[in-house]
Design a protein around this ligand. Structure first.
Ligand SMILES: [Zn+2]
Length: 249
């Protein structure tokens, strides 16, 4: 993929609107191209700024006085007392609008934060398969995988083997999400790989039954005993839900 083709797709890529083939192509190019990588980082930074409100414009403090003076100049007949009443009404209305917009902004900020995390999870999943680096420790024995994480993480991830149920544990890997190292447990169902990311966290408002699809991958999220779980795979929704149910048992 050329730079020009990639740059045309970057907005859709950052917004998670590309199909899996498209996003893999873009991801591959971006990993090898500092210019496109910088563009991706700028787009993420822009999204964050909008979300954090750092781009929000605050009206100067003397605006109220200026508006007051302008209205008085344009309409000398307006009596001061009634003007005050109107101003109060208008100000109250504006405050309501500001509160409504603030509430909306806050709600969107939370969900776009979750959306960024989902993007990171999908990217980690895609990268683990692209870089041929799906596992750091390859073993279907949970008694081998679990101790491998000891000393690498400050928590012990549950390492459930589901081979008998058709989801073979093939190993584990260290990954990096939400600014911390996290455990990735890797399962295989026929030719499909499944990454289970686990770390201690309060989780999100997303429920396990919320069907999240991003860039052609299915994602299931749940929280249990102070741990947050993210299951991601190209596997179909029914089988991935079954996998989540077995892991959650
Ligand atoms: Zn490029």
């Amino acid at each position: 993929m050329t730079c020009r083709e990639t740059k045309n797709l970057l907005n859709a890529y950052v917004d998670g609107e590309l199909d899996s083939a498209g996003s893999i192509s873009v991801e591959a190019h971006v990993q090898a191209c500092p210019s496109c990588l910088a563009d991706v980082e700028n787009l993420h930074a822009l999204a964050l700024s909008i979300q954090n409100g750092t781009l929000r414009y605050e009206a100067p403090r003397n605006l109220k006085g200026n508006v007051h003076a302008a209205i008085r100049a344009a309409n000398p007949a307006v009596r001061h007392s009634s003007w005050n009443g109107r101003w109060a009404a208008a100000f109250g209305m504006a405050a309501l609008v500001v509160l409504a917009v603030w509430g909306l902004g806050r709600q969107q900020a939370i969900s776009s934060q979750e959306a960024l995390l989902v993007d990171d999870i999908v990217s980690s999943h895609v990268r683990s398969m692209m870089a041929n680096h799906i596992t750091d420790v390859a073993s279907s024995d949970s008694h081998t995988v679990k101790p491998w994480f000891g000393g690498k993480l400050d928590y012990s991830p549950p390492t459930k083997d589901l081979t008998e149920q058709g989801f073979r544990l093939i190993g584990g890997r260290l990954d990096y999400l939400e600014n911390r190292p996290v455990a990735a447990l890797v399962y295989q169902r026929s030719q499909h790989f499944i990454n289970l990311f686990v770390w201690p966290s309060a989780g999100t408002r997303i429920k396990p039954e919320d069907q999240i699809v991003r860039q052609g991958y299915n994602i299931i999220h749940w929280t249990k005993s102070g741990m947050t779980y993210w299951l991601v795979s190209e596997l179909n929704w029914t089988e991935l839900t079954e996998c989540a149910r077995l892991l959650n048992e």
